[in-house]
Design a protein around this ligand. Structure first.
Ligand SMILES: NC(=O)c1ccc[n+]([C@@H]2O[C@H](COP(=O)([O-])OP(=O)(O)OC[C@H]3O[C@@H](n4cnc5c(N)ncnc54)[C@H](OP(=O)(O)O)[C@@H]3O)[C@@H](O)[C@H]2O)c1
Length: 239
């Protein structure tokens, strides 16, 4: 990620009212490995750290993450991708889909052992090549679970713009965070984390069948109230 974008993401979080950063203090802190610390990883990880979770941001160049870690507070640290995978009980992927095949080769088994893996990413063939073409074809959920069998996957925040995340998180009327997931307990954990950072999760359905709706361009794209998002979900064709 460009340093300028990361600085802007931190600036947007700094502008958040203090009440919004403290109102969702976590009852049971999780250890969260952020794989990717770019435009999406920066605000999501920072919100989680400020909610009381132990967060490790990661990059192929962790030495560039000092300002991010300083801005995210005492619960944040930085490491390599391998460090973050080893550190987290919960892993949040904020990567281009082009990075997923290698991630699966190197860390697929470790990721399958985690309590929850949230994929924030989206497949764009022009940007990501073949992995994204396949993921568009089979759906991003099945693509990721085929690549990393056994992972407890939830898709979330896929269609919320990075620049809007801090402001949405601070809203008193909750903004919907549409999600997909296949396992009830795993979804419940994701929902708890999402609530703690100021959003209200709205279940679309299983990643197996409905993940294409947790993407930009879907009727759930961008900003929706919880009520609107639920109405949209009810109108979606069920697979
Ligand atoms: N931007 C948005 O508003 C938005 C909204 C919703 C969803 N998304 C999706 O979320 C994902 C991340 O988007 P972003 O905007 O945060 O991207 P970004 O700012 O470019 O950050 C991408 C991150 O992925 C890491 N990365 C790239 N290639 C890698 C590889 N081969 N191996 C390991 N790490 C790699 C980069 O880490 P290094 O430091 O190692 O380079 C960087 O931290 C994308 O799939 C995007 O489509 C984006």
């Amino acid at each position: 990620m460009k340093q300028a974008s990361r600085r802007l993401a931190l600036g947007l979080l700094g502008a958040m009212p203090v009440f919004a950063r403290t109102a969702f203090a976590a009852a049971t802190p999780a250890k969260i490995g952020m794989v990717g610390a770019g435009r999406m990883g920066t605000p999501i990880g920072t919100l989680l750290a400020k909610a009381g979770h132990e967060v490790m941001f990661s990059s192929r160049h962790p030495e560039n993450l000092k300002a991010l870690v300083d801005g995210a507070g005492s619960k944040a640290r930085a490491g390599t991708v391998a460090d973050a995978v080893a550190f987290g009980d919960v892993i949040i992927l904020t990567l281009p889909y082009s990075a997923l095949p290698d991630l699966a080769k190197e860390h697929g088994k470790a990721l399958a052992a985690k309590r929850l893996v949230i994929d924030v990413g989206n497949p764009y063939p022009q940007r990501d090549g073949e992995p994204a073409t396949i993921a568009r074809d089979v759906g991003p959920g099945p693509y990721v679970t085929n690549l990393m069998p056994g992972i407890k996957l939830v898709r979330a925040f896929n269609a919320i713009n990075w620049q809007k995340l801090p402001e949405f998180a601070a809203r008193s009327e909750k903004v919907a965070a549409p999600i997909c997931g296949d396992d009830k307990a795993v979804v419940a954990l994701a929902e708890a984390l999402i609530r703690e950072i100021g959003f209200e999760p709205v279940m679309i359905g299983a990643c197996k069948t409905m993940s294409k709706f947790a993407m930009p361009g879907s009727p759930l794209d961008a900003e929706h109230t919880v009520e609107d998002a639920k109405k949209i979900v009810a109108s979606l064709p069920k697979a």
